[in-house]
Design a protein around this ligand. Structure first.
Ligand code: ZN
Length: 435
């Protein structure tokens, strides 16, 4: 075929294609995308599971499905940096008798598309965790591998220093780089630094960060030494606003060492949980310029039914404490993505994985409860409206992407649990892994 005619054919094909070049177009929402410093009303177009365009006005006719979501906020799919999702396994609970929860049961409905399990499994049961949860969930599951061999069975095994093998943990992490993003140290009650040191050693070998739950706070191993000496830049202390953390002096001023620790690169994660978040610590910290680096839930069967509730509840708490919505979103998207070295997540750049959370910010009278059972009144509350994971609608509170029942004619085929955009729905499938 002559070159001229071929180019006309391509031109024609392109212009036909241009009619519906996107699978899903979300129009008119206020987009907050901290990586790209976006904080304005934009349209977001998705194609083949990826962000295809972000612009002020993308014509609706260019998409197979276009919906108007003006009045809502559109942000990258949320990342919960501290969760417990090794559910349904043989006796794996958490210290205190709480249990992990299957991720799809709580994450997608509040805009969370990626959860990071914080050490529920160790090297001896990671394979079981992977086959029963990680490979089956629609929510993307990444993991901090516990330095203890069996993770968090919630008993004396978590204190078994002899089973904290840094080299073996690092080896497993290296062999599962697509899932294991860090090492977890947790729940230790002894007077020595062994678990922290083994965790850091494993992290150094595998070149991944370590997340520490300091367990019992003991005078033999001061918290200041953990964040000023023992941890490396890029390592994470979770439970930032836990009551035993030395945070305020007698006059109620923040202790200077906290800023020193932050300056040397130690990251402070919320890890709300059932016992680790107190307004008494968090309110003065935020007011005096020490907000968290990442906002996470520490979700398990106990915390989800007490003060914590879900990711949006924890984000709303910080919003009502005075953080901007932009910063609260950054702490739940781009910040955690960087902390776990997954820069392909947590933003809406063209070509990025199309994980999107559409949120409603309600104004009115609300109240929030910390893990001590104390209440804080507030005037703003975030609600999950629509969640898209890898380009597919996985949660749609108000059926915004659906057609009216009386305009559909005769129902055909099976029910459509998730509008698919390209394949017309069908049974949910797990998201592709992120390497
Ligand atoms: Zn935890």
């Amino acid at each position: 075929m002559p070159a001229m005619r071929l180019s006309i054919v391509i031109l024609l094909a392109n212009s036909l294609f241009a009619q519906t070049q996107y699978d899903l177009l979300l129009k008119g929402a206020h987009v907050i995308d901290p990586k790209n410093k976006r904080d304005s009303v934009q349209d977001v177009a998705i194609r083949d599971g990826l962000i295809a365009a972000v612009a002020r006005d993308i014509p609706a006719k260019q998409a197979r499905k276009a919906i108007n979501i003006s009045g809502l906020y559109l942000v990258p799919g949320l990342i919960d940096l501290h969760s417990h999702v090794f559910a349904g396994s043989d006796g794996v609970g958490l210290a205190g008798g709480e249990a992990s929860i299957f991720p799809d049961a709580f994450a997608l409905r509040v805009g969370v598309t990626t959860v990071v399990d914080a050490g529920s499994s160790g090297r001896r049961n990671f394979a079981h965790f992977k086959s029963t949860v990680i490979d089956r969930a629609r929510t993307r599951v990444l993991a901090f591998l516990n330095i203890g061999g069996v993770g968090m069975p919630g008993d004396a095994q978590e204190q078994n220093v002899a089973d904290m093998d840094a080299k073996a943990a690092a080896q497993l992490a290296i062999a599962n780089r697509d899932i294991i993003v860090g090492i977890k140290v947790a729940h230790y009650q002894g007077p020595d630094w062994t678990p922290v040191e083994r965790g850091v050693e494993a992290g150094a070998i595998a070149k991944i960060p370590v997340m520490v739950d300091f367990g019992e706070f003991r005078p033999e191993r001061p918290f200041q030494e953990l964040v000023l000496k023992k941890l490396r830049p890029g390592d994470i202390y979770t439970h930032a606003f836990y009551a035993p953390v030395p945070m305020l002096d007698e006059q109620g001023h923040l202790l200077p060492y906290l800023f020193e620790a932050r300056k040397r690169g130690i990251l402070f994660d919320v890890g709300h949980g059932g016992a680790a978040f107190e307004f008494r610590q968090a309110v003065p910290a935020v007011k005096q310029g020490f907000p968290p680096d990442s906002i996470s839930t520490d979700v398990h069967s106990g915390s989800i039914n007490s003060g914590m509730k879900d990711q949006l509840n924890v984000m709303s708490k910080f919003l009502n404490m005075g953080m901007s919505l932009y910063d609260v979103v950054a702490c739940s998207t781009w910040n955690p993505a960087r902390i776990i070295h997954r820069e392909q997540l947590g933003h809406l750049s063209v070509g990025a994985i199309a994980d999107v959370a559409v949120l409603r910010l309600d104004k009115g009278q609300f109240a929030f409860v910390d893990s001590f059972g104390a209440r804080m009144d507030g005037s703003q509350n975030l609600v999950g409206e629509l969640t898209v994971a890898s380009g597919r609608v996985v949660y749609d509170l108000n059926g915004r992407t659906r057609d009216r029942w009386d305009q559909l004619g005769k129902y055909q085929g099976q029910g459509d649990p998730s509008w698919d955009g390209t394949r017309g729905g069908g049974h949910p499938r797990p998201l592709p892994p992120v390497h």
